[in-house]
Ligand binder design. Structure first.
Ligand SMILES: Nc1ncnc2c1ncn2[C@@H]1O[C@H](COP(=O)(O)OP(=O)(O)OP(=O)(O)O)[C@@H](O)[C@H]1O
Ligand SMILES: [Mg+2]
Length: 235
């Protein structure tokens, strides 16, 4: 059963057309990876889904309702949380304050204490640093905080835009494990990555995009052994 269905999506910046008829589907309960090189249009896709960038054409259907044209706070209220590329934390605010800002959606505000506790259980290092400023955290901890903040809204679909950029291999594996755990708990995930190996390990399905279009789609298990084919698309 499809949770998110994107058809012929067109979006860009002024006269620059970046997405030229992009189509992809995210089935409920799955982890879907969207891969592609620098400038392929991955972040543009995520921002269009999240309502941060107006789409010029096409459809974005979530739970069988049209999202296109909704402002970002209404997309968020429907249960889609974006962990932006670069993490977009409030650098001068503490870990706790950043998490609380994630619970602004009406449906999670009453449960802020329990939700914070859930995040700390999942990311014990955040508990130890709860009164520290976000800027003082390591890159891995910042990614965990950005992910934790998104979870505070109790999303049904989590959008992760290049969570592993700049992180040490051991932290990349830890994040991979956390993504699998979140998915096992029922969360549907759209993961943008340039780390092909990591994405193939955590995703059920993979899309590869280039120049604003999907050029390859398949089950991660089938594409595991075709690294060469991947590199030819990802270059
Ligand atoms: N705010 C903007 N204004 C103008 N052009 C932009 C803007 N953001 C992105 N672009 C352009 O749109 C194209 C796609 O960018 P996008 O950020 O979606 O790529 P990406 O696949 O996320 O790349 P990366 O892996 O480097 O993050 C690029 O050519 C980029 O220069
Ligand atoms: Mg990007």
């Amino acid at each position: 059963m499809t949770m998110l269905s994107i058809r012929n999506l067109e979006a860009g910046y002024g006269s620059l057309k970046v997405l030229r008829g992009l189509s992809l589907e995210v089935p409920r309960g799955r982890v879907v990876a969207l891969l592609g090189g620098n400038g392929a249009g991955k972040t543009t896709t995520m921002n269009a889904i999240a309502g941060l960038l107006p789409a010029a054409g096409g459809e974005i259907r979530f739970e069988d309702r049209e999202l296109r044209g909704l402002p970002s706070h209404r997309v968020f209220a429907r249960g889609i949380a974006l962990v932006a590329q670069g993490r977009a934390l409030f650098a001068e605010m503490t870990v706790r304050e950043n998490l609380e800002l994630g619970a602004l959606a009406a449906r999670s505000r009453p449960d802020i204490v329990a939700l914070t506790e859930d995040v700390f259980r999942r990311f014990p290092r955040l508990r130890e640093r709860v009164e520290q400023r976000a800027a003082s955290l390591s890159g891995g901890e910042q990614q965990m905080l950005a992910t934790g903040r998104a979870l505070m809204s109790r999303p049904s679909l989590l959008l992760l835009d290049e969570p592993t950029t700049g992180l040490a291999p051991i932290i990349v594996s830890e994040l991979g494990r956390i993504i699998r755990e979140l998915n096992a708990g029922g969360l549907t995930i759209l993961l943008v990555e340039q780390n092909v190996r990591m994405a193939l390990q955590v995703a059920d399905e993979v899309y590869v995009m280039r120049n604003g279009e999907i050029v390859l789609h398949g089950a991660a298990a089938e594409l595991q052994n075709s690294d060469e084919m991947f590199s030819s698309y990802l270059g």
